[in-house]
Every structure is written in structure tokens, then in C-alpha cells.
Design a protein around this ligand. Structure first.
Ligand code: ADP
Ligand code: ZN
Ligand code: ZN
Length: 749
């Protein structure tokens, strides 16, 4: 139905903008001109259109209108359909997307359509949804429900249906009665109800939470100072809220959100993880009585489109979402908040490789409103911006509500006997904590049973056929699984190499530590939290809620557990293996390690109970660990920044990666060699060209991966180079078996 609608006809004197410029939903660098069909006078900027393209038709978005085109008249095609009742994106939304598309050197069509919720990337929507429903047939309305006296479920359904003669959708019935499909079927068989589909508009709002909001705690002096500084800001400014874990950053957000809403503006809050949204959404729901919209990738397409439309139409005043929510149209935006700004998941790692944090800052600047970046462990980029005075540095040094900071201890595990990765020191403390009725959180960033299966006789190890990676042993599933490409294999009974039956797991994953803990602490409830154990929808929330209520004395998890969750009963945190973070090949490995350590540590002793963090390491004298332990994250970051300055690494220089991959090694390498030639010929002003070099995981999912690094002391010349380099690279890459892309400000090398 949405396809048939065409714009209304206006008097001929207005007929000037006959050409529309369209960003077509495809990874092509150009925009395309189309003619308006005869009789159409307009198709506004920001509207979606269907256009003939190649031999088919494509969805596109109007980004500009002009009286004429440089394309020869006979080659210009006509728009086929103009979708939507009005523009989906405003000129301001387009301005932001244009900027991002240019900055990340991503084709405009790809950038624009990445920003739209999936439902709106299809042409077949008219923003209505047909839902399955039921009603009582007219000739059955007079039936006496005494007939159903012995079928209480059916009678319950029947009485609701009687109250809705026009019909009711099945989802609402289920909300009221739970699963009532059997009762529905019986009633249908008796001829007492019939299907009735109900149409619901997609942007059907969720009503604002009823009741009085929970009272706000009184802010401490540092919190109040932060709120005042930001509230006094008129127009754009970027603030770093650098507050230790549990210092009450979220309370600062809530206060600022309320003040901004009171001024009649909308607020956008970005969080790194889907797992964090329910918790924050719940806290906002209790305190902020306005219509809210939540946006993340675990939502059904319909829900996402609904949130997006409600935000765009201004009915949702507070939008909480993950990465891509940064592009949500918000006509009255007055404040942007990025929580856990250091988190790498703000950077998209494929396609349109934008950083939602950096786009958020730019968006606030374009909107002329304040933006707040919050973290207990700010990224070195952000700290550098604060140092330079571009961002204003606000600090919360103390835990709110009287909670004490955790005590950090190192456990030297060199030549210590370990029980599945747990030292005697850690096990002893665990026993004490459990005895006292408190909780222990163990952190191990490796899921599965064991990271590798090995042959005790010949040394064979389980490697992936497609990647430079080992297959992880998952005993629960009885499989070997590659965590990089997802390939799976049955557990071998004999060594595939020497046929020895003596195959042994080597090293620990969460599954194996769980097994061992269940033996060591029999009868003590334990929750394992990783991607495998929380696969089912809602499972993570369920376990976390129970954990918060103290249901599990032992919590064991991967980095899913490290982020933001408030676990008031935890008094001991054990970090089983920090060492792989100390010597990573990526120059950001140290920064990541420090952030992870501080974030995990932050789960301990958040309430009245003081906490202890025990870090197991074979490198207790490592300067990073020593600095973190003695002086905290701020001192660590200062030292790490000094090292980056010495090495001229970001944030003291700017980088872009040309990435390429192909099944055959030579294609990717040849392409990058030639790219290097072009880059060197075109580069000037101190730009360095490094490589080509193999990616840190050279082979992944059967493809060989390599990269060329461009680095520059200044941003502008780097971008100038990329602008001229890209057309040259497009000319080079005739090879269909080669994939390549450009990654501006790469976070993963
Ligand atoms: P952060 O976001 O920095 O980790 P939160 O905002 O979650 O910190 O605050 C940690 C805990 O302290 C929460 O339970 C919160 O309700 C409480 N809290 C925060 N600010 C105050 C305050 N001013 N007075 C009392 N309790 C507070
Ligand atoms: Zn063998
Ligand atoms: Zn693999």
C-alpha cells in the first residue's frame, strides 16, 4: 500500500526543482540524479524513493534537489515511487550523516541506510503492522457463557473478547492471560470466535510510566558541581565526567536529563552494551516520568522502528540506545550522554566503521548543545582532549553513598600450584567470603571448557581449519568450536595425528572453572555468565537480577560481567588471568587491560561492604600493574599517554587502515602493495605509510587478511590523502575475489 502513494500535484509555476539527487542503498561512492515524473512537483529532501537502478530497482533517499542535472537528458531516469508521508530525515539529520560519511570515507548510501532501522530499509512498509487477533462472530455474541462453565480458561478469554467487540490482538490477550492458545483453539472449533487482524501503527507509543517518580538522593558536592557546570552551559561544550566506579555518575546523568527535559528538549543517552540497557532503562523508568524509547540490536525490527519513529516525531523525549542510536532523528535534542565512553563497542567494526562516541560529540556540536562523556576509565583519546582543553574535565573522586573503594592485591602465581587456574590464596579467601554470607565474583575472559585440546603423546593441538586460531573445547556441547569463525567439529576420540587416545584439555575456560568450583564448593549456588550460558533471550537479565538479590554466592563470568552491573553483595573479586593483556601485540593492549581491571574491580564493595580485588599474575612487577595498584587509573593513564607521545602513536597521531582480505594470500598483498605505491606517491606533510602487514589474526574464516597503515601527525592531511587515494584504489580493485575497506581511527589492528 505504501508504494501507491505519490506526492500531491502543485501549480506549474512552482515547478523548478525537477531533478532530485538520490543516495541509493548500495556501497557506491556516487549520488545519482533522477527526474521527477511528469505531473510531480516535488519530492522533499529526506524522503525515501524507489528508483530504477541497473536492471532492477533500489531504495534510495533524496538528499538534494536541483533545477537541472549534469547528466544528459536522455540518460536521466525517473523516480518510480516516493515513499512515506513526509521526510524521514530532516536536513540536520542529513548534515550529520553526510559529515560521518565523509569523515569515515563511507559511501553515502551505505552510511544513510546503516542509520535507518532495518524495517525502514525495506520499501514495503507503510508504518502499520497487521497483528493476528480474534473477535466473537456476530451470530455468536448472544451465546450464554454458561456453556463454558467447565472451561475456565475459555471463559476468561471469552469475557475479554466480549469487552472488545471490534477484536483484540493475540499479544494483548497473552499479556493478560498468559499462553491461552489451547483455549483459543477450542473456542474457534466451537464457532465462538473468528480471526480478526488488527492494524496497529508502528509508532504506537509506550505510555509514560505512571505514578510518582522515586525520590532523588541529595547530590554530594562533586556531583552537584558537575551538574552545575553542565547546566550553566549554553550551546555546545564537551564534558568528560571522570568518576570512579560507583561515584554516582548515573545520578548526575539523571539530574541533567530532568533539567534538560524541563527545558522542553530531548535527550539521547548512549550505552555500549545491550546488556546494560535494561538496567539503566529501569533506573530511568523509576526516576524520569516521560515517554522513552529504547534502541538496540536485540529488539525486534518492529520495536526498533517504533522507537525510532517516536523519537523522530518528538513524542519520545528520552532515547536510550547502543551505537547506532547516535543517528536517531531528534528534532529537539538538548543533551547527549555517552556512558562508558572508553568502550570499544562504540566503534563499528565493519561496513560503516564509525565511532558512535565521536559522532555524538560532532552531533552535539552541530546541534549546539552539551555532550557528556562518562567513564571511570576514560580512553586515552578523551583524556588527551581534556588535557588540550577541548573537553572540560569533571571529576568524581569518591564513591557515593559512603561506599569504600576496593582494595587491590596482586597474587603472584609463579610456581604456585593452581587448581584449574585458581590459586590457594584465592580459594582460601573465597571460602571466607562465602562463609560470611557474601558474594564472590570471578572473572575469566575465556568461555568454553578449555581453550585448546591437546594430544599428550605427540603434542597435536586442536586448531581451526579456517583461522589462525585454536578450537575451544566446549564440553557442555561436546564440540570443538572456533570463536572466530564459528566452525564446529565433533570431539575426536583419538588424536587425528598419532591416534593416541590420550587427549587432554589445556588451560581453563569458564566451563571448566565452573566444574571445578562445583566440586570444591558443593551445594553452593553458582552462576556462570558468558555468551554460552546467556544465549536465551532474557536469561542474562534473569541471572543478574537474581545475582543482585544475592542468590548466588559465586558468580563466574567473562567481560559480560565487567560492565556496569551493580552487584552490592560482592566483597571479593578474583581476576584469574590478567597476563595476556600485559603483552598484547596491539599498542592499546595495556590500556584495555587497565580498563578491564578497574571495571571488574568496580563491581566489588559497592554498598556498605568494603571489597577486595585479587589479581592473579605471573608478572607482579609489571609497571602497568604496579602503577594501577599504587596510584590508580589516572596515574596509569598519564604514564601510558607519555609513552604514546614518545612513540608518536594515537592520540598523538592519526591513523587509517586500508584493510584487505582474499582467499588467496597474494591478492590481498598485491592490492596493498599497489595501494602503498599510490599512497606514497600522493602523500605529503609527514604522512607515514606502514606495511602491508598481515593482520593480527592472519587467517580468519578461510580468508587471508592484511593491512596498510597510514599515519599522520595531523588529521587534515591524512583525510586529504584518503580522499585522493580512494578513487585510485577503486580503480585497482577489479578483482572480485578481493575485499577491501578503509578504517578511519581504527581501534583494532
Ligand atoms: P556510577 O554510575 O558512577 O557507577 P551510580 O550512579 O550507579 O554510580 O551510583 C552508585 C550507587 O550510589 C548507586 O546505588 C546510587 O544510587 C548511589 N548514589 C549515587 N549518588 C548518591 C548520592 N548523592 N547519595 C546517596 N547515594 C548515591
Ligand atoms: Zn597425537
Ligand atoms: Zn575459525
Amino acid at each position: 500500500p505504501g508504494l501507491e502513494r505519490s506526492p500531491e500535484i502543485r501549480p506549474p509555476e512552482e515547478q523548478t526543482m525537477a531533478i532530485v539527487r538520490v543516495a541509493v542503498a548500495a556501497p557506491l561512492p556516487e549520488l545519482f540524479d533522477y527526474r521527477l515524473p511528469a505531473g510531480w512537483l516535488d519530492c522533499e529532501i529526506g524522503r525515501r524513493v524507489l528508483v530504477p537502478f541497473g536492471r532492477g530497482r533500489r531504495l534510495g533517499l533524496v538528499v538534494d534537489r536541483q533545477p537541472e542535472s549534469a547528466v544528459a537528458d536522455h540518460r536521466l531516469k525517473e523516480i518510480e515511487h516516493c515513499l512515506d508521508d513526509g521526510p524521514l530525515l530532516t536536513p540536520q539529520d542529513l548534515e550529520l550523516l553526510n559529515w560521518a560519511s565523509a569523515y569515515y570515507h563511507c559511501p553515502p548510501g551505505e552510511a544513510l541506510f546503516t542509520a535507518l532501522p532495518a524495517r525502514l530499509r525495506r520499501a514495503d512498509t507503510d508504518f502499520k503492522e497487521r497483528r493476528r487477533g480474534w473477535r466473537i462472530p456476530i451470530d455468536a455474541r448472544a451465546v450464554d457463557d454458561g456453556l463454558l462453565a467447565r472451561a475456565p480458561r475459555q471463559r476468561a478469554v471469552w469475557s475479554i473478547l466480549q469487552a472488545h467487540p471490534e477484536g483484540i490482538d493475540e499479544a494483548s490477550l497473552r499479556e493478560q492471560l498468559g499462553d491461552c492458545r489451547a483455549a483459543l483453539r477450542s473456542l474457534e472449533r466451537k464457532g465462538l470466535l473468528e480471526p480478526a487482524s488488527a492494524e496497529v501503527p508502528l509508532d504506537d507509543g509506550s505510555p509514560p510510566s505512571a505514578g510518582t517518580p522515586a525520590p532523588l538522593p541529595e547530590l554530594n558536592a562533586e556531583q552537584q558541581a558537575a551538574v552545575d557546570r553542565i547546566d550553566q552551559t549554553l550551546g555546545f561544550a564537551c564534558f568528560l565526567l571522570d568518576g570512579v566506579t560507583g561515584s554516582g555518575k548515573t545520578e548526575v546523568y539523571i539530574r541533567l536529563i530532568l533539567n534538560t527535559l524541563a527545558r522542553g528538549r530531548q535527550v539521547l543517552v548512549l550505552v555500549p552494551e545491550i546488556g546494560l540497557t535494561p538496567q539503566l532503562a529501569e533506573r530511568f523508568a523509576q526516576r524520569i516520568p516521560v515517554e522513552r524509547a529504547v534502541l538496540h540490536s536485540a529488539l525486534a525490527e518492529r520495536e526498533r522502528a517504533s522507537s525510532w519513529l517516536r523519537a523522530a516525531r518528538g513524542s519520545a523525549r528520552l532515547v536510550l540506545g547502543t551505537r547506532s542510536a547516535v543517528f536517531t532523528p531528534l528534532p529537539e535534542l538538548g543533551l547527549v550522554i555517552v556512558d562508558e565512553e572508553h568502550d570499544v563497542s562504540f566503534k563499528q567494526q565493519d561496513g560503516f566503521r564509525y565511532s558512535a562516541r565521536d559522532v555524538a560529540v560532532r552531533r552535539a556540536q552541530m546541534t549546539d548543545c552539551p555532550v557528556l562523556l562518562g567513564s571511570a576509565t576514560p580512553s586515552l583519546e578523551t583524556l588527551r582532549n581534556a588535557e588540550l582543553g577541548r573537553y572540560r574535565h569533571l571529576r568524581l573522586r569518591q564513591r557515593a553513598g559512603g561506599a569504600r573503594p576496593p582494595r587491590l592485591l596482586l597474587a603472584d602465581i609463579r610456581s604456585q600450584p593452581l587448581v584449574t587456574g585458581l590459586s590457594h590464596a584465592l580459594l582460601t579467601r573465597m571460602g571466607e567470603v562465602i562463609e560470611a554470607g557474601n558474594q564472590v565474583l570471578l572473572f575469566l575472559n575465556r568461555r568454553g571448557f578449555s581453550p585448546v585440546l591437546t594430544c599428550h603423546d605427540c603434542g597435536w593441538i586442536s586448531v581451526c581449519r579456517h583461522c589462525d586460531a585454536r578450537m575451544t573445547l566446549h564440553r557442555g556441547r561436546g564440540r570443538l568450536v572456533c570463536h572466530h569463525c564459528g566452525d564446529q567439529a565433533d570431539l575426536p576420540v583419538h588424536c587425528p595425528y598419532c591416534e593416541s587416545p590420550d587427549l587432554r584439555p589445556l588451560g581453563q575456560g569458564t566451563e571448566r572453572v565452573e566444574d571445578s568450583l562445583r566440586q570444591r564448593f558443593p551445594g553452593i549456588p553458582l552462576a556462570r555468565i558468558d555468551r554460552d550460558s546467556t544465549r536465551r533471550r532474557g536469561e542474562l537479565e534473569r541471572v543478574l537480577t537474581a545475582a543482585q538479590a544475592g542468590a548466588y554466592p559465586i558468580l563466574l563470568g567473562t567481560q559480560m560481567l565487567a560492565k556496569g552491573h551493580h552487584l552490592p553483595g560482592v566483597t571479593l573479586v578474583g581476576i584469574l588471568d590478567i597476563d595476556h593483556g600485559l603483552y598484547g601485540s596491539d599498542f592499546r593492549a595495556g590500556e584495555r587491560m587497565a580498563q578491564l581491571l578497574i571495571q571488574v574491580a568496580g563491581r566489588a564493595g559497592r554498598a556498605e561492604l568494603p571489597g577486595t580485588v585479587l589479581v592473579q599474575t605471573r608478572h607482579p612487577n609489571h609497571p602497568y600493574l604496579q602503577q594501577l595498584l599504587r596510584k590508580g587509573y589516572g596515574a596509569f593513564a598519564a604514564a601510558a599517554l607519555a609513552e604514546r607521545a614518545d612513540a608518536a602513536l594515537p592520540p598523538f597521531s592519526f591513523q587509517a587502515l586500508v584493510r584487505a582480505d582474499s582467499r588467496e594470500e597474494q591478492f590481498a598483498l598485491e592490492f596493498l602493495e599497489r595501494a602503498r605505491g599510490h599512497a606514497i606517491a600522493l602523500a605529503h606533510q609527514g604522512i607515514q605509510v606502514w606495511g602491508p602487514a598481515p593482520a593480527s589474526m592472519e587467517r580468519r574464516a578461510g580468508r587471508f587478511r592484511a593491512q596498510l597503515l597510514l599515519q599522520s601527525p595531523e588529521r587534515a592531511p591524512l583525510h586529504a590523502l584518503i580522499r585522493v587515494l580512494l578513487p585510485a584504489l577503486r580503480g585497482l580493485s577489479g578483482n572480485r575475489r578481493l575485499r577491501w575497506s578503509i578504517d578511519v581511527d581504527p581501534l583494532e589492528m
